[in-house]
Design a protein around this ligand. Structure first.
Ligand code: MOS
Length: 682
């Protein structure tokens, strides 16, 4: 089915947060604009803020600053507790903001705010021997930081393990870079409610956070996110722009708009932590694992802890009699890292699946065969049965489609003119969970209306939920209308964690079934109890990624003529939307493999590459024959649709498959992403 909002989008009718105006609601007339003042020092204190020159600029309405902290009800999230401290803990931290009648005035006046700082030594460099490393209590979302079973050291000992690898992989800071910048318009409506039009992945949760930070009762806050241009996790939690818009509206009595610039997004909206990952694998002569150790070092911020679950994927993947996974963090003078598409699985599977490829080479085994030999009967770390697991089927189907069976395993022996060629494979995985959500279903004027506080961040959620409701009601999709993107609708989970469709769909089906019972004019559902009962099974999606590369022997340029992903993700709700998610994720994985990297400025702190001219993402010319397919997977233990999430798994494993192919082409193992020409030639 075509996207239900397709016409609205291509004709410009669809409203994004920044675009609302007085023509939409009278109380949005004459908005003011806010622009932040950010610290140029990475560590220090603000001594003084002189706003005199800024306030003298015609059109300036107010200057907010840490010298006169606005009143907040909660300072629990340091990233949202704007202007509450004079201490600076990262370069780019907002220390003041200007509100003015035009964006240009606000920006100009922000440059006229004079801030005196003390500058203190800062540390922004992640290293494995940092004395400040510590074990977090939990890693995202609430997993144990460390796990261990069996005798790992014995399993890695040459007496037990005929084949061993002990390798360290590093990944850089990566930024989400959604197409639509973070933006908000905050205004008090005539009834005294704060309404925030926000570019958010979860209006219900965003409303809760804004209410908590500002100290307003939840019913007096409304968040509207009708259309959102991507997020990849960076809009999964409330971001400071939304709080700033609300504070500025409170201070001036005007509606206030703010749109972060692309450069500001690099500092204010999260990023993927860099990682240093040591992988130690042991296997017997037949390639069966004897031990796995995955030890991760990553960073967090001085005032905010975010602990990426980088090694959690290893707990899920392969049968082994002994395993250890650990996470160590260090607090650096950096903005807080956060969610970026497949947090944990994406960097973790890069390292694990690269190491598995190295093990296959060391064992003289085909890497597909090695994985099949280590297929577990149950989830290795927990011992839970899998609700469904079709990694082997994905590997076999991918090998068949890709033409893997004729592959010459020797590295660095194929050459076509200047190009060295090779192929690589890697597995992918993601959790398949769901979260409590509510929905209603009613019959109105010949159509069925579904209401749910879900959000469509470009994935096609409106369309998928329309199809899910139509099936549950037994009517054509054209008779169903889905209302979402508004916190006034029934409370629902985020577009996050690959849990949107599973969470929302469960509630939509429940509401439709309740309506069909015919007892009430409105069908309702709350899935909290159902979700609490989701115990006893290990629920994950799996996939196999195959890559072909060509490496210019003289320049080190890497091209990717072919990428194939085969996924086992339960039931696919809509083929077009699903394919879009998979190939989008794989394209992002291609970027991770070859070009994406935010350079940290050791001298000044902060990030050097802060725009899309310097932070390279794949363009159309970089993507050649890229295909995603899926196998038919029935899983009765998930949700009424039998569907697993698909938003993230496409990025998982892609970088490993490409890196493994680069090794196959050249004989060079680059263990530090991205695989740039300089690293291949060096
Ligand atoms: Mo996604 S990183 O769970 O929004």
């Amino acid at each position: 089915m075509n996207r239900v909002e397709a016409v609205d989008k291509v004709t410009g009718q669809a409203r994004y947060a920044y675009e609302y105006q007085g023509a939409d609601h009278e109380w949005l007339d004459r908005p003011a604009y806010a622009y932040p003042v950010q610290s140029p020092v990475a560590r220090g204190h603000v001594l003084a803020v002189d706003a005199g020159d800024a306030l003298a600029v015609p059109g300036v309405l107010a200057v907010l600053s840490c010298m006169d902290p606005p009143e907040l009800a909660s300072r629990d999230d340091a990233g949202l507790a704007l202007f509450q401290t004079r201490e600076v803990t990262y370069r780019g931290q907002p220390v003041a903001a200007v509100v003015a009648s035009t964006l240009e005035t606000a920006r100009c006046a922000a440059g006229a705010v004079r801030v005196d700082y003390t500058s203190e030594p800062h540390d922004v460099r992640l290293r494995a021997d940092d004395p400040g490393l510590y074990a977090p209590e939990r890693v995202n979302p609430a997993l144990p930081a460390d796990t261990e079973y069996g005798d790992v050291e014995a399993g890695l000992d040459p007496k037990t393990a005929a084949v061993r690898v002990d390798v360290t992989y590093t990944t850089p800071v990566l930024h989400n870079n959604p197409m639509e910048p973070h933006a908000a318009l905050a205004a008090w409506d005539p009834l005294g409610r704060l309404t925030v039009f926000d570019s958010s992945q979860g209006p219900s949760a965003d409303r809760d956070t804004i209410a908590e930070v500002l100290g307003l009762p939840k019913p007096l806050v409304r968040v509207i996110s009708a259309h959102v241009g991507g997020g990849f996790g960076s809009k999964g939690t409330t971001r400071p722009h939304a709080i700033l818009a609300a504070l500025a509206a409170r201070a001036t009595g005007r509606p206030v708009k703010i749109a972060l610039t692309r450069q500001q997004m690099f500092e204010l909206t999260g990023y993927r932590t860099p990682t240093i990952q040591r992988l130690r694998l042991g296997a017997d002569a037949s390639g069966k694992l004897t031990a796995v150790a995955h030890d991760v070092v990553e960073q967090t911020a001085i005032r905010t802890e975010f602990a990426e679950q980088t090694a959690a994927c290893t707990r899920v993947m392969y049968a082994t009699p002994a395993m250890r996974t650990t996470h160590r963090l260090v607090r650096l003078a950096v903005p807080a890292p956060s969610w970026m598409r497949a947090p944990g699985e994406c960097p973790g599977m890069y390292a694990l699946e690269s190491a598995v490829d190295e093990l296959a080479a060391a064992a003289g085994l085909d890497p597909v065969e090695l994985r099949i030999r280590n297929e577990p009967a149950a989830e290795p770390e927990s011992g839970l049965p899998f609700s469904s697991r079709n990694l082997v089927a994905c590997m076999r189907e991918g090998a068949r489609r890709f033409g893997w069976t004729d592959r010459d395993p020797r590295p660095g022996v194929r050459r076509e003119g200047r190009w060295l060629t090779g192929t690589g494979v890697a597995a992918s995985t993601c959790p398949a969970r769901r979260q409590p959500s509510r929905a209603t279903a009613t019959a109105e004027n010949g159509e069925f209306v579904i209401r749910i506080g879900a959000v469509d961040i470009g994935t096609g959620a409106r369309t998928a939920l329309t199809q899910i409701a139509a099936e549950a009601l037994g009517v054509p999709p054209g008779r169903v209308r889905v209302e979402l993107g508004d916190s006034d609708l029934p409370q629902a989970w985020l577009a996050g964690g690959s849990m949107g469709t599973a969470s929302w769909g469960s509630a939509v089906v429940g509401a439709c079934e309740d309506l069909l019972k015919g007892d009430d004019a409105e069908g309702t559902a709350d899935t909290a109890d159902d979700v609490a009962g989701d115990q006893g099974w290990a629920r994950h999606s799996f996939g196999a990624q195959f890559a072909e590369v060509r490496v210019d022997a003289d320049t080190g340029e890497v091209r990717v003529p072919r990428l194939l992903g085969v996924f086992a993700v339960g039931r696919i709700i809509d083929q077009t939307l699903a394919r879009s998610q998979f190939i989008g994720g794989m394209t992002m994985g291609l970027g991770m493999a070859l070009m994406e990297q935010t350079v940290v400025d050791q001298a000044q702190g902060g990030f050097v590459r802060r725009d899309l001219a310097q932070y390279h993402i794949p363009a159309c010319a970089d993507v050649q024959d890229l295909d995603a397919v899926w196998i038919d997977e029935q899983d009765p233990h998930l949700n009424p649709m039998g569907a697993k999430g698909i938003g993230e798994i496409g990025i998982v494993g892609t970088a490993a498959a490409i890196g493994n192919a680069v090794w196959h082409a050249t004989g060079r193992r680059v263990r530090d992403l991205p695989v740039t020409p300089a690293k291949l030639l060096g």
